[in-house]
Ligand binder design. Structure first.
Ligand code: NAP
Length: 539
């Protein structure tokens, strides 16, 4: 017997909870299905030491409730994972969201019934739901790659994945630890683990750019100052390209006099974190300007690392600054100055296998008690392809996207009526403040679905032409940037065999929101809104 609601939301992370709150407020019945036994999404899974958000807490938080904004007190400029999870739990309790969330519920299959204009949703434990709308809020980085080297099962020690960190913690003090991977996760955990591990070996394949977080406890004065003008801050964030509130200097980095430029970079280095890439308008657009910024960051890194060999290896040189996700660190490079921390360059001496006692590279065997994989995720599509999602005519989302994702506005897919993806491929997602942009999308969807309810519209479906146009537009915008020069998870290079398609929308959250608004103003151009299946009233 299937339970009937207006909206099924898949995923109880930040976006899923916001969707539940918003649609319930509008009088829709909503059920959120969450595979884990706790809410929080990535902030529930990524419990590794040092995990914290790279976006300032004041901006990486919900904007929908003025009271919540005023009440919640962040303890640090960049909140740590436990505090973010506590915030999410607080929001769920404060707005009584939990009663509509089914935990331990993995969606296995979902299919659109064209005659009834409804989605049926089946979970792994045999339960079923049916809903008019399906909202996929499953995250962009929620499916770990699950890297496995040969011989891993015979390893005597413990193997841990950064995004599946054991709930009861890991006692790494006094132990010999390996970290494989130097993306944001590896960069964040390295200095923390280094402090108490007996020995830490970091296996690096590609050196990464990282900017100091300049994290600090949140003073009462700063807290009060932000809260006195929170609406202004939100507005500024929403109207900045990144959703972080920084509006770049409108000049090209290469045109600014050297002294002035150095001063601007120096200031940004000590304060902006992630926003360093936005000091001048064209750091991510122009090779010459990017080379100047890359050079500055390399110099800064070099100043931090004492040993010449390690310094050279840690200095990123294989791709332009910012064309892979920049890391933001709390003493990553400095950690390599400790006697108990060692770098292994596996681009030169690759890992061959695990041995019983540790890891075997082409250079020899390193013994460990614990090996941590910080090797990343099957980004953007990994989670969306886990359940079988079947639209019209028996077509699955995986089949539809065999050559790469196609969407209208990063939100909807032709052939999958009444289904919406929050921060999916084709939306700003991983190139911006993802929470801010998710809230923009949900607010936009709220207007659309309310209109559909008021006007007795049965099906809302992206047109095929609209998604072709949107994909072209996303590609055109990406060509204006330097992102396409570098293999990364932005373009499917993180997984063997994945189509090489640039996935996020690089035009910024403000422009993206304006595009959504324009679509609505033009009567939801690019969507078919049908009263009866196949009877279009707006094309
Ligand atoms: P990632 O950025 O994809 O980095 C993965 C690392 O593992 C890279 O250094 C990669 O090397 C290496 N690697 C991958 N496969 C490997 C293999 N088979 N053998 C050896 N090394 C391998 O993953 P992540 O660090 O988990 O971060 C992913 C994203 O999550 C971030 O970019 C960010 O968007 C998000 N995140 C955010 C935060 C935050 O806000 N604070 C924190 C953590 C993560 P190559 O570069 O050579 O491929």
């Amino acid at each position: 017997m299937s339970q009937s609601v207006d909206i099924i939301v898949v995923g109880a992370g930040f976006a899923g909870l916001r969707a539940l709150y918003t649609f319930r407020e509008l009088g829709f019945t909503v059920k959120v299905l969450e595979r884990d036994d706790e809410i929080g999404g990535v902030w529930n899974f990524n419990r590794y030491p040092g995990a914290r958000c790279d976006v300032e807490s004041f901006d990486y938080s919900y904007r929908f409730s003025r009271e919540l904004e005023q009440e919640w007190r962040w303890s640090e400029r960049y909140a740590q994972q436990p505090e973010i999870l506590e915030y999410i739990r607080h929001v769920a309790d404060r707005f009584d969201l939990r009663r509509d969330i089914e935990l331990n519920t993995s969606v296995m299959r979902t299919e659109f019934d064209e005659t009834a204009s409804r989605w049926t949703v089946d979970s792994d434990d045999g339960r079923s739901w049916n809903a008019k709308y399906l909202i996929l809020a499953m995250g962009q980085l929620s499916t770990p790659k699950g890297t496995v080297y040969p011989g891993q099962d015979d390893f005597d020690g413990q193997v841990i994945y950064s995004a599946q960190w054991p709930r009861d913690g890991v006692d790494y003090a006094g132990k010999r630890i390996a970290i494989i991977g130097t993306g944001s996760s590896g960069v964040q955990m390295t200095p923390v683990i280094a402090k108490t591990a007996k020995h830490l070996t970091v296996f690096q394949r590609t050196a990464n750019y990282s900017i100091p977080a300049a994290n600090a406890p949140m003073s009462d004065e700063e807290d009060a100052a932000v809260k006195a003008n929170y609406a202004e801050r939100r507005d500024q964030a929403r109207n900045s390209p990144s959703g972080l509130g920084f509006v770049p200097d409108r000049r090209s980095a290469s045109e600014v006099p050297m002294d002035e430029r150095e001063e601007a970079f120096e200031k940004a280095w000590h304060r902006l974190g992630f926003g360093f890439a936005l000091v001048f308008k064209d750091i991510l657009l122009d090779e010459k300007s990017n080379a100047i910024a890359s050079d500055f960051v390399r110099r800064k890194i070099a100043e931090k690392v004492k040993d010449p060999w390690t310094r050279e290896k840690l200095t990123p040189c294989k791709f332009p600054f910012g064309t892979r996700r920049i890391s933001v660190d709390g003493g990553y490079f400095e950690a390599f100055n400790r006697d108990n921390v060692e770098l292994v360059d596996i681009s030169e001496t690759p890992i061959e296998s695990f041995s019983k006692t540790g890891i075997k590279t082409t250079d020899g065997i390193f013994d460990f008690d614990i090996v941590i994989y910080a090797t990343g995720f099957d980004a953007f599509t990994g989670s969306l392809f886990k359940p079988l999602i079947m639209g019209k005519d028996g077509l699955t989302l995986k089949e539809k996207w065999a050559n790469g994702p196609v969407t209208q506005l990063g939100l909807a897919v032709n052939g999958f009526p009444n289904m919406f993806i929050i921060q999916g491929p084709g939306s700003p997602s991983l190139l911006a403040n993802v929470l801010l942009s998710a809230e923009d999308q949900i607010d936009w969807l709220a207007t659309l679905l309310t209109k559909a309810r008021d006007e007795n519209i049965d099906q809302v479906e992206a047109t095929h032409q609209a998604e072709l146009d949107w994909v072209d537009y996303v590609n055109e915008r990406a060509k204006e940037t330097l992102y396409l020069q570098t293999p990364s998870f932005y373009n499917g290079a993180e997984m063997p065999g994945k189509p090489r398609v640039f996935m996020p929308y690089s035009g910024g959250v403000r422009h993206y929101r304006l595009m959504m608004e324009r679509c609505a103003e033009k009567g939801y151009e690019g969507f078919d809104l049908r009263r009866e299946p196949a009877q279009a009233i707006i094309d």
